[in-house]
Design a protein around this ligand. Structure first.
Ligand code: AMP
Length: 981
């Protein structure tokens, strides 16, 4: 029977439903939720614990503050001495727990509140446990229990609102462990107190499964000791991987808290983190490495149509080089190089080109050259092999030029220039390249190096040798040079041989001689081979007196040699007079004026090949020349491949004089052999029509060609053209030929932009030039192109050709603009005389304009020579930086003619201001009265208009008119609009 009323108004509200370990995605670290093994309060039915003796602990039903029924155990044998009342719970299976928490809620009356209980009343009770592997029946043996603690109340009573004393609910927690058996019992020993055991809760703590840093940490039971931390390895969530050397770990504390996270997992390539999971990258996105945080959009020219990609695939025709990371755009091979041009110098070819229009999206473009030597049939081409040299290299070229050396003379070559980049080798598409076919020019044979002494006698030596490795043509002769070793080569003799052996006679016995041999072809002599020293045999008898010892013989030899030299000199002088055009230096071919031939037919056949008319096929008319039509067609010579040619014809009904004049051009052209001088194939004089057959120049004359392609070339290309023309002129001037009519209209351009000098003739041919006008000195002269001394007193020289070359430079750099625009020839002559010069054309590098100005030096001795011009242009081509137009310079001519005293007329705001600038302000009223109020109206005035103003002084008329013309030209160039006159 209970004597104590249990007042439970302070009963705490708890919700201690046991919970199953669940995975929480976002539980904060330290989430504490214990695993409940026993909760008496949660049980609605009777607890049916064992109580001994039966009159001790008693199970009583009650209500908590919410009127929820609860089960309690009470005992209150305070009046009786020697109490020993036991209460034992049912068997509690401990599961994986090692450290068990026991929470007791109870009320305890203090003995003072109970009258008459002194001596027997107690205010504590004892808590025990017993470990077993299974239930042990309902008997209770005290000695099998281990005491946990003596439990006392913190407070027994509390004061109520009305001053009454209320019993206070005590909560005590005790920890047991480590436990080793499968389960245990708890026991409560009362030794004479008045207790109500309101709730008994048994639980242990766990660190609950958690995902931290993309790693899952499983449910983990805390360690057995209060201070122990259990280290737990995390497992990466799906599609994540451990970060290198940083595997994920956490520590489970005794309190069930996760502590100290170490290491982490990261989403694999193709996946990115979303919350605590890794999600695949979407279509059109990729993530190449686990280290990257985000998926990225596919770079240009790549795609993917799957999720979870670590990279994107390249579109058709696009590639990724091995070294390209997945983050860069897919690229493709470059297009072909552009504007491939070449220059031939005997057996050396230089190629130059512009970068491809499309680099394929990469900046690692380089170039490679493929050289093939072709027989006359185009399909029979073979690689050039290792004997050909390339400078700077054959492949991996960064700059857009290469020089190919040691080619064979008179051979046909094809050069392909290919632009390559990092993905060229991956592409299976067709190679794109620019190609040129080139025929090399003449070259002298290479050295004769393998000489053998066949027979050595007292007075003769027989030698034999091998043909040089590169004969570069048909060897017609060998020259054997020899001298006595002691004499060095101050005095030497030569013998010639048509074969590869020779016997040198008339030698001295017992004398050391030095021999050197060189070969001769159409192209001239090769260089001498190495010196070979041979000593003649000793003389058998002493009867023969050597020439050394006989002064008479020496005198005779000297006399004979002297006579021969004299004969040659006299003969040479006569010949020189006959062709009295230039001094002939050894090794330099000299131009011979065909006029000096009495029989012009002889001259033609001396210099031009007679062609069989059946080899020529005329295809179409391409122009009109002075003597007849100019046609294009094909020339097929026996044993050679057919070539495109231009055919100049002599119209029917010609006079003999016309025929001579017509063929004169062939006689001149036939003497030249240079890649920048138009090449004569031959003539037809023995049939009709009479024809001159010239190599075909696909792009026609340079002035028209430039006008057609206005603004389309790079400065380097234009300078390349100029270099070609200068090289052709250097050759002509070296030969002593003065052109007299050098102008862009007389330069022809082939399909590779190679420019060649053409239009050869004597002064009379200039007469055919529509630009040529009669001058006061007589004869027609193309004034705008001609040097002042040639205009004034017909002093035509290579220096006057240099002046014309400067004008050609100006024409080229201005894309075929007419020199001095619409100024009259008279005004041009006057302006030049006064020191005016053409200004730099638009976008013309200052260095080039300076070169033009140098060509236009009044003193012809001051003008550069063609050789120097070629050198200057070569330098510019090699250092393209020198060809840059400085930023900010006005590239349109400010004044049409360059002179420091010429003002910029377009800058004037009124007619008055203009008149003041030219010191003609006295006529201001005349202009106003006639209604010329704007500069535009003034710019339209003619000389008649000026005169009609009442300006009578001729000098003033000229001054004003000249200024008006300049103003007009300035306006034209500034606004690009014509001023109607
Ligand atoms: P010409 O009588 O030399 O002035 O030639 C008249 C025109 O024929 C020139 O302006 C060119 O357009 C054309 N022509 C002359 N020679 C050739 C050539 N070798 N190749 C192509 N066209 C040419």
């Amino acid at each position: 029977m209970s004597i104590c009323a249990i007042d439970i108004d302070m009963w705490p509200v708890t919700n201690t439903q046991p919970r199953a370990p669940v995975r929480f995605n976002h539980l904060p670290l330290g989430f504490l939720s214990p695993v409940i093994l026993l909760d008496s309060k949660a049980q609605q039915t009777e607890l049916e614990w064992i109580s001994y003796p039966p009159n001790g602990w008693e199970e009583i039903s009650g209500l908590d503050e919410n009127y929820t029924p609860i089960r309690t155990y009470q005992v209150c044998q305070v009046m009786e001495p020697n109490q020993n009342n036991w209460l034992r719970t049912n068997w509690i299976e401990k599961g994986d727990a090692q450290r068990i928490f026991v929470e007791l809620k109870f009320t305890l009356r203090d003995c003072n509140s109970l009258p008459g209980v002194v001596g027997t009343c107690k205010e504590t009770f004892n808590l025990y446990y017993q470990e077993t592997d299974s239930e042990v029946g309902r008997s209770l043996r005290e000695n099998q229990y281990v005491k946990i603690d003596t439990i006392a109340a913190d407070e027994s009573f509390t004061q109520g609102d009305l001053g009454e004393r209320k019993m206070k609910l005590n909560t005590e927690v005790r920890i047991i462990g480590p436990l080793s058996r499968r389960g245990f019992y708890l026991a409560f020993q009362d030794v004479g107190a008045c207790i109500a055991l309101v709730s008994v809760k048994v639980y242990y703590k766990k660190c609950w499964s958690i995902i931290e840093n993309l790693a899952t940490f499983p449910d983990t039971v805390t360690g057995s000791e209060f201070s122990s931390l259990v280290e737990v390895e995390g497992m990466c969530v799906s599609d994540a991987e451990e970060e290198a050397d940083n595997s994920p770990k956490m520590h489970c504390s005794a309190e069930g808290e996760w502590l100290v996270p170490i290491g982490k997992c990261i989403c694999k390539a193709g996946f990115h983190q979303k919350g605590d999971a890794c999600e695949p990258c979407g279509r059109g996105f990729y993530k190449s490495s686990s280290q990257d945080l985000q998926c990225s959009r596919c770079p240009a020219h790549s795609f993917n149509d799957r999720e979870g990609s670590w990279r994107c695939d390249c579109e058709d025709g696009y590639y990724r080089a091995l070294s390209d990371p997945p983050s860069v755009a897919c690229t493709r091979p470059p297009s072909a190089p552009q504007n491939l041009v070449y220059n031939i110098n005997q057996t050396t070819v230089s190629l130059e080109w512009s970068p491809p229009a499309d680099t394929g999206g990469r900046n690692d473009v380089s170039y490679r050259v493929i050289c093939r030597r072709c027989s006359w049939e185009p399909e029979e081409c073979v690689p050039c092999g290792p004997n050909v040299g390339y400078s700077p290299a054959q492949s991996g070229l960064v700059d857009t030029y290469v020089t190919i050396m040691d080619l064979l003379a008179h051979a046909n070559y094809t050069f392909e220039v290919e632009a390559v980049n990092g993905v060229s080798d991956l592409s299976r598409t067709q190679r794109l390249f620019a190609a040129v076919s080139i025929a090399t020019g003449q070259a002298a044979p290479s050295q004769v190096s393998e000489v053998i002494k066949e027979k050595v006698q007292q007075r003769s030596i027989q030698l034999s040798w091998q043909e040089p490795h590169q004969p570069n043509g048909v060897i017609t002769e060998y020259e054997i040079k020899y001298y006595e070793k002691d004499q060095k080569d101050r005095i030497y003799s030569t013998v010639r041989s048509k074969s590869t052996s020779a016997t040198v006679n008339n030698l001295k016995p017992s004398t050391a001689y030095v021999f050197q041999i060189r070969a001769f072809t159409e192209a001239g002599y090769g260089t001498y081979g190495p010196r070979l020293e041979i000593t003649t045999k000793e003389e058998a008898t002493a009867a023969i007196v050597s020439s050394e010892q006989n002064p008479v013989i020496i005198i005779a030899v000297v006399a004979v040699a002297g006579t021969i030299i004299l004969v040659f000199m006299v003969f040479g002088f006569i010949i020189g007079r006959r062709y009295a055009l230039a001094v002939k230096f050894p090794g330099t071919k000299t131009y011979i004026d065909p006029e000096t031939y009495e029989d012009p037919n002889r001259a033609v056949h001396q210099f031009a090949k007679e062609l069989d008319a059946s080899c020529i096929k005329i295809e179409r008319v391409i122009g009109a020349g002075e003597f007849g039509e100019v046609c294009s067609g094909r020339l097929k010579l026996p044993g050679k491949r057919d070539v495109s040619v231009a055919i100049k014809t002599l119209k029917v009904g010609y006079t003999e004089k016309q025929r001579r004049e017509f063929l004169c051009e062939a006689s001149i052209m036939g003497q030249f052999d240079h890649p920048n001088v138009v090449h004569l194939e031959g003539v037809v004089t023995r049939g009709k029509p009479v024809m001159i057959v010239i190599e075909y120049m696909e792009n026609g004359s340079l002035d028209a060609f430039l006008r057609k392609h206005d603004g389309q070339f790079t400065v380097i290309q234009l300078v390349g053209m100029l270099r070609g023309i200068a090289a052709g002129m250097r050759y002509l001037s070296d030969m002593g030929y003065v052109h007299r009519d050098l102008a862009a209209r007389n330069i022809l351009v082939n399909s590779n932009l190679v420019c060649k000098v053409s239009d050869f003739g004597l002064s009379r041919v200039i007469d055919d030039d529509p630009e040529a006008v009669y001058t006061t000195t007589g004869g027609k002269i193309p004034v705008r192109w001609t040097a002042p001394e040639a205009i004034q007193y017909r002093k035509f020289t290579s220096a006057s050709d240099v002046w014309s070359y400067g004008i050609v430079m100006w024409e080229v750099m201005s894309y075929g603009e007419r020199p001095y625009w619409d100024m009259s020839n008279q005004d041009v002559i006057k302006a030049i005389e006064e020191g005016y010069r053409l200004p730099a054309p638009m976008d013309c590098p200052p260095g080039l304009h300076q070169l033009m100005l140098d060509c236009w030096q009044k003193d012809r001795a001051e003008r550069p020579k063609f050789d120097q011009i070629v050198g200057i242009l070569d330098k510019m081509i090699r250092n393209p930086n020198t060809l840059k137009t400085p930023v900010g310079t006005c590239t349109r001519p400010i004044s049409p003619l360059l002179d420091q005293s010429t003002p910029d007329f377009t800058a004037f705001r009124s007619v008055g201001e203009w008149l003041e600038a030219i010191k003609m302000e006295r006529y201001r009223d005349n202009f106003t009265a006639a209604g010329y109020s704007s500069l535009e109206s003034v710019a339209r005035m003619s000389i008649e208009d000026v005169m009609s103003l009442g300006i009578t002084l001729v000098g003033h008329q000229k001054k004003i008119m000249s200024s008006i013309q300049t103003m007009r030209a300035q306006m034209l160039h500034l606004h690009g609009t014509g001023v109607q006159v």
